[in-house]
Ligand binder design. Structure first.
Ligand code: SAM
Length: 212
């Protein structure tokens, strides 16, 4: 994602009621944050947040937490949430590498990864959000019956991710290399910003669902 530094974005994050900027140590507190025991679905690398904000509006009985590394990107989602004030939506500004410090064992019911950064160099493979190192982290926070859902238009990253599901000893529940023409998996699909942009450019969208 091309990053434009937005002056004041960091300050907005620190002061906003919907954003956590110091989340380390919050593991086990999310039911308290939301004031209920509803399932928790998270999106890692949410960008400007169209996907998770739409889902939160559609599913009031599910709690959503969007995670994004950069304030300047997260700002758009926060501005939208300031208008909508959805009670079941929060954001965290953090690098997902520390995710096991933020959610307890079995605290998360679903993890969405959408158009994750590809990190094309082999030596950076462990930074990919679908690497075996990240699946090991997801193993620690995701309920047994929970799942990871991953979408991308990047075929190399998708092939890598299919292999990593196996390496991590997770189960591949389903996958497609052309989501928008696969009714079985496309029903109820909510498009992300990148999904809209890349599918309008003619790229096929790949999706996989995995559980542990
Ligand atoms: N998910 C959005 C979409 O599909 O439109 C945005 C995709 S964008 C290519 C990837 C986003 O993930 C960027 O905003 C980036 O800052 C964020 N990101 C990448 N690695 C991350 C990490 N380790 N922790 C948190 N956010 C991350």
């Amino acid at each position: 994602m091309r990053l434009r530094n937005v002056p004041g974005a960091r300050e907005v994050m620190v002061e906003n009621n919907y954003v956590f900027t110091e989340p380390i140590g919050m593991k086990g507190t999310w039911a308290e944050v939301f004031g209920n025991n509803n399932p928790i679905h998270i999106e890692i690398g949410m960008g400007k947040g169209t996907f998770i904000t739409t889902l939160a509006g559609l599913n009031p009985d599910i709690n959503y937490v969007g995670i994004e590394k950069y304030s300047s990107v997260l700002l758009r989602a926060v501005e939208k949430q300031d208008e909508l004030q959805l009670p079941n939506l929060r954001f965290i500004r953090m690098d997902a590498e520390a995710i096991t410090e933020v959610f307890a064992k079995d605290e998360v019911d679903r993890i969405y990864l959408n158009f994750s950064d590809p990190w094309p160099k082999d030596r950076h493979a462990k930074r990919r959000l679908t690497s075996r190192q990240f699946f090991a982290r997801y193993n620690e926070i995701l309920k047994k019956e929970g799942r990871v859902e991953f979408k991308t238009d990047n075929v190399d990253l998708f092939d890598f991710s299919l292999e990593e599901v196996g390496e991590a000893k997770w189960n591949l529940v389903d996958y497609t290399r052309d989501l928008h023409h696969e009714p079985r998996m496309n029903e109820g699909n909510v498009m992300t910003e990148y999904e809209k942009k890349f599918s309008e450019a003619g790229n096929a969208i790949c999706k996989l669902i995995a559980n542990r």
